[in-house]
Design a protein around this ligand. Sequence first.
Ligand SMILES: [Zn+2]
Length: 136
Amino acid sequence: MTLPDSELPRTEDEWRVRLSPAEFRVLREHGTEPAWTGEYVDTKTPGMYRCRACGAELYPSDTKFDSHCGWPSFDDAIPGAIREIEDNSLGMRRTEIRCARCDSHLGHVFRGEGFTPKDTRHCVNSLSIRLDPSNP
Ligand SMILES: [Zn+2]
């Protein structure tokens, strides 16, 4: 389910045909899905969350926690899977997170909120990820 490097889109037009309009808006145009609407907000199913655009492994399900913020939240990621970018849009200082493999937008990362011992919250759009359930 991971897209081979040779098939990774190189242009936004190539992405557009691979993704649904809603996925394209979030992953490639840095959109945000409305709070509480994503399919993974309350998901507890074990497995691996992968990038919905390229299939790269991003978040093991045991890093997911209940933040009650309306989006799936994770306190850690697969090492090297995430790229952080300073984002000063909307008059806020935030840190955007993208898939390190295909540069698709995932959400934002916040630190110092005290939700978990790791003190980190990756606030991720459900549209940016796909759960690969593990075999029980
Ligand atoms: Zn990706």
